[in-house]
Design a protein around this ligand. Structure first.
Ligand code: IVH
Length: 701
């Protein structure tokens, strides 16, 4: 289809490297000196080429990729702001059923009856970008973008140019500290006018209002931001010295009284049916609202309930985004490419004739697995039972928010006569090892392991990445080169690089005394890692950052964790129950950990790595309270809270919550009608707490 198909990895890597430098240079010329040296069209062509190459060679994406410098990430151009309270994201609901389930979940957690009153605020979900505004003694002192939720960018100067954002909050009840959170966006009319002007004057044309809002807010020259018609809706708050109200609605109304804009379509709803009706009403108004929305957001109105519900995996339990159905477009499937992932799974990727779906040009879509292509189903959505996908087919593509595009339907009337059934390879396209299909799994996996370049290099790349070991100066390019030369074949080899290849590296092309010394220093700086980074860095399937941190909190130190996992792998039921008893751990994760820690080669590799890297003990979340680092078991019926809430509370205090009582149990919390576990605790001499004892001790931390 394009010339990217015929490029070798080495050529593509070299070109990507060149593009990253070239684009960075033009960015600097454009923003810094305000004197671009190439036309916008030439610049866009470079960006397009870069994007196409990154899509075709995802494993070669450069650490300084230009694509990483726009959008969600934190760029170097703005000072960083560490959010005092994280900026959360939202869980999604896509159907009325999901909304009912959300309401059920909230009620269960709070131990509320089905008929008990439970109100939600409902408001549109603005498709813009989140901004946190910090007011001290009523004066705006800092505005920060969301970034990754923990750290954002300081855009104060630019935010001050937005008419909806007041310099001072007015009211005799404005607290000393108040962070307003909300969404910056651009209206349809303003967006159209801006693009029209850009077209005639040769400025930047934006793909959609959200990009225009983001691009305008993240301008180095605040005069440019000031010339862009940005708007702001407040929808929440962050770090505050006083919460001025007892409900979501009351606080937002107060924020409104102080001078900020809140969405006029916000309303209170009782029960899931009212929420679903609200969703339908707003969807009907979608085209006439005058700004982009991608759904509606429901939030439990009572703040005491919100506090009890808390957050899980960066999203509050007390809120949900009810999305609108995704946008759909029709295009042609030009090719099916097989990518090999870090865990060896073979993923078919649809190469599509580029088409705009919901304002974004889409040229790739995931096809999940071979069953999906064959029309059998599997873990992806079946296109239609029995209808397979063939190269040349006319297909429908759907994109929902920032979710990966999907092929959802085939137009059989348009199928070319010569379209052939797609034959899924049974060998790995990277290393030609057998790609086997495990019973019960829809995916094929390359069995090559570390001999497969896709897996070995990916595993190493993952290890050195920012959220794992974060080794400065050791990026994909270096890792790949060292792998090719056989210097680094597994993670442990990174740590013996200086001892084994120090001399050779100092005289290697592109390296010298100083750069080699810098690399070795960067490696030495990472010989001790937090539990979460270490575990996440191993690249185990289903173990993301949040899960790694959660397992760290539950097990405390690496030795206990590894002992627990090897016991699970060996079939120890108690160890398995302990693992399953951790909030957020499900059967799939247990199976994965059991298979990873049951494999001798993995354990050997791990042992070699541990010779060089110290794993720090995980922090008990709430410091040294009575439950910190303790193992507790809940049994019987709790009357004051639900089991889930009690468990979440215990974990937030740093306790491990286990499912069964053993000599290692520190506390058994016995509710009404406790049975065999209570007996066992008494036999073993484990401290038994009543529910009242537990509530009192938990409230003391
Ligand atoms: S509440 C406590 N309300 O959606 C949860 N978010 O998917 C914080 N968004 O990052 C979000 N309109 O940028 C909330 N009415 C609204 C929203 C809204 C848009 C965005 C926000 C957030 C993202 C989460």
């Amino acid at each position: 289809m394009t010339e990217t198909d015929t490029l070798t990895d080495a050529r593509a890597a070299a070109r990507l490297k060149w593009l990253a430098m070239e684009i960075a240079m033009h960015d600097a010329a454009y923003h810094g000196a305000d004197a671009p040296t190439i036309s916008d069209a030439e610049y866009d062509a470079l960006r397009r080429e870069n994007l196409a190459l990154e899509e075709a060679f995802p494993h070669l994406i450069q650490p300084n990729s230009p694509e990483k410098r726009v959008g969600a990430g934190v760029s170097d151009a703005f000072a960083k702001v560490v959010h005092r309270l994280p900026m959360l994201s939202l869980g999604n609901a896509f159907s009325g059923e999901d909304v009912t389930e959300f309401d059920d979940r909230v009620r269960r957690f709070l131990s509320l009856e089905a008929e008990a009153p439970l109100a939600y605020t409902a408001e549109p979900k603005i498709d813009g970008l989140a901004l946190s505004l910090r007011y001290e003694k009523g004066a705006l002192v800092e505005a920060a973008t969301r970034g990754d939720g923990q750290t954002g960018e300081n855009v104060t100067v630019n935010a001050r140019t937005i008419a909806d954002i007041p310099e001072t909050l007015v009211g005799d009840d404005v607290p000393d500290v108040f962070e307003v959170r909300g969404e910056v966006y651009m209206s349809h009319a303003d967006f159209a006018a801006l693009n029209e002007r850009a077209e005639t004057e040769g400025g930047k044309v934006f793909a959609n209002p959200r990009n225009a809002a983001a691009g305008s807010l993240r301008q180095l020259d605040s005069k440019i931001t000031a010339s862009r018609p940005l708007r702001f809706f407040a929808y929440g708050w962050g770090d505050v010295s006083v919460v001025p109200g007892e409900t979501q609605e009351a606080v937002l109304k107060t924020i409104h009284r102080w001078g900020l804009t809140i969405n006029p379509a916000m309303t209170l709803c009782e029960g899931p049916q009212a929420l679903i009706a609200y969703h339908a009403r707003i969807e009907a108004q979608r085209a006439t609202l005058g700004y982009d929305i991608d759904g509606v957001v429901y939030k439990v109105d009572r703040l005491d309930y919100q506090r009890r519900l808390g957050t899980v995996s960066r999203a509050p339990r007390w809120a949900v985004a009810h999305k609108f159905p995704a946008e759909v477009a029709t295009t042609v499937l030009d090719d099916i490419e097989i990518q090999v992932g870090r865990t060896g799974s073979l993923t078919p990727v649809a190469k599509l004739r580029p088409v705009t779906v919901g304002g974004v040009v889409v040229s790739n879509a995931t096809l999940h697995n071979e069953d999906y292509i064959a029309g059998i189903g599997g873990d992806g959505q079946p296109i239609r039972d029995g209808v397979d996908l063939r190269v040349g087919d006319t297909v429908q593509v759907r994109r929902a928010g920032d979710v990966i595009p999907q092929v959802i339907a085939v137009d059989l009337d348009k199928r070319p006569d010569d379209a052939a059934v797609f034959e899924f390879p049974d060998t790995c396209p990277q290393c030609h090892s057998v790609a086997e299909r495990v019973e019960g799994e829809a995916r094929r996996r390359c069995v090559g392991g570390m001999v497969c370049p896709a897996q070995a290099v990916e595993a190493l790349r993952h290890w050195v990445s920012r959220d794992a070991a974060d080794i400065e100066g050791l990026g994909i390019k270096q890792v790949e080169a060292f792998w090719q030369d056989g210097w680094v074949r597994e993670i442990a080899d990174i740590y013996t690089l200086e001892a084994k290849h120090g001399e050779a590296l100092r005289v290697r092309e592109g390296w010298g005394e100083k750069s080699a010394a810098n690399l070795f220093a960067a490696i030495d700086a990472r010989r001790s890692l937090s539990f979460a980074r270490f575990l996440y860095g191993l690249g185990i399937r289903h173990v993301g950052r949040t899960t790694a941190a959660m397992l760290g909190r539950a097990y405390g130190d690496w030795a206990s964790f590894e002992a627990g996992m090897t016991a699970v792998a060996a079939g120890d039921e108690g160890a398995r129950e302990t693992l399953l008893g951790i909030d957020g751990v499900g059967g799939v994760l247990v199976e994965t950990l059991a298979s990873v820690f049951g494999e001798a080669t993995t354990l050997d590799r791990l042992a070699r790595l541990r010779e060089h890297v110290t794993v720090e003990d995980a922090e008990a979340v709430a410091g040294g309270g009575v439950f910190s680092g303790r193992t507790v078991v809940f049994t019987g019926t709790l009357e004051r809270t639900s089991r889930a809430e009690a468990k979440a509370k215990a974990e937030s205090l740093g306790a491990k919550v286990a499912g069964s009582v053993s000599a290692k149990t520190d506390y058994v919390i016995a509710g009404a009608a406790a049975g065999s576990k209570l007996k066992k605790a008494e036999t073993l001499g484990v401290t038994v707490l009543s529910e009242d004892d537990w509530v009192r001790m938990a409230s003391e931390g």
